[in-house]
Design a protein around this ligand. Structure first.
Ligand SMILES: Cc1cc2nc3c(=O)[nH]c(=O)nc-3n(C[C@H](O)[C@H](O)[C@H](O)COP(=O)(O)OP(=O)(O)OC[C@H]3O[C@@H](n4cnc5c(N)ncnc54)[C@H](O)[C@@H]3O)c2cc1C
Length: 234
């Protein structure tokens, strides 16, 4: 699967709000070469005066012909995310480039056990891995930990309800959640992930501070540093 060079037009054909501030965009891209779960695309917006802004977005769904999906979280005062969440109308086109990245990927053709830890919108590439595993009907063990602020920030609510996922709320938990809101602890990470092993790969994605802290915790649980793959959203 070769990564193409250059920008391609991508038409917004459908959308869906995952939360009040996060929108999934389904884009049609002619001659899309395919991608692996975990890879991302670069998105380029061009203003009428020619000014360009580029940002990266993880692919949210497995390879599906000429369609790709991304989920964008609105960042306060963000130049690009605000437009992608609130401004871009269905039927309009943007430009994309990719797929990008070859390390933070889970390959359904070689299904292997995985520990997947997401912080906030870091769930996007991890959801792509879950979807690809389901599509491939792979039975490789997955353990998923999703750390999020509150119930209103849960992405892919209906779909994730069918998965075995440990949800750790940091600010406010839903009624009846036996866990008090707060940071994910080392003990929780140990309990809800796979023990280290030669075949186990860990994937950690989210804001930089979260990714660095969680990767260090996984190493302290005995995972080899090379078995902990990370993606930082900034
Ligand atoms: C490989 C990769 C994959 C990514 N995948 C996704 C994805 O799937 N979904 C998604 O929503 N975003 C993703 N991002 C983040 C995305 O690229 C942008 O950084 C984000 O949308 C903010 O862009 P902006 O133009 O709106 O904000 P900017 O105008 O660039 O920044 C505005 C302000 O927000 C702060 N800021 C920037 N980014 C963030 C952030 N992520 N969280 C909190 N504050 C921030 C800046 O410091 C600044 O103060 C990914 C980033 C990378 C590198």
């Amino acid at each position: 699967m070769s990564a193409p060079r250059g920008w391609r037009p991508a038409e917004l054909v459908a959308d869906r709000f995952e939360t009040a501030s996060a929108r999934t965009l389904r884009l049609r891209v002619a001659d899309w070469p395919g991608h692996l779960p975990g890879q991302h695309i670069d998105v380029r917006l061009t203003a009428p005066d020619g000014y360009h802004a580029e940002r990266s977005y993880s692919l949210a769904a497995p390879f599906d012909g000429e369609f790709v999906e991304i989920t964008v979280q609105r960042v306060t005062d963000g130049e690009v995310s605000g437009y992608l969440v609130d401004g871009l109308p269905v039927g309009a086109s943007i430009e994309i480039r990719g797929p990008v990245g070859g390390w933070f990927v889970w390959d359904p053709a070689r299904p292997a056990p995985a520990v997947l830890v997401a912080g906030g919108s870091g769930i996007v590439p991890i959801a792509a891995m879950l979807r690809a595993r389901r599509k491939a009907m792979a039975d490789s063990p997955f353990r998923v930990v999703y750390v999020l602020r509150d119930p209103g920030s849960l992405f892919y609510r209906d779909e994730l309800a069918d998965e075995e996922i440990f949800l750790a709320y940091t600010r406010a938990a839903p009624p009846g959640d036996p866990r008090l809101p707060g940071r994910l602890t080392l003990e929780e990470l140990r309990e809800h992930t796979l023990p280290p092993g030669p075949e186990v790969t860990c994937y950690v994605c989210g804001p930089t501070g979260f990714v660095e802290a969680t990767a260090a915790q996984l190493v302290s649980l005995g995972h080899a540093p090379g078995a902990v793959r990370t993606e930082r959203f900034g």
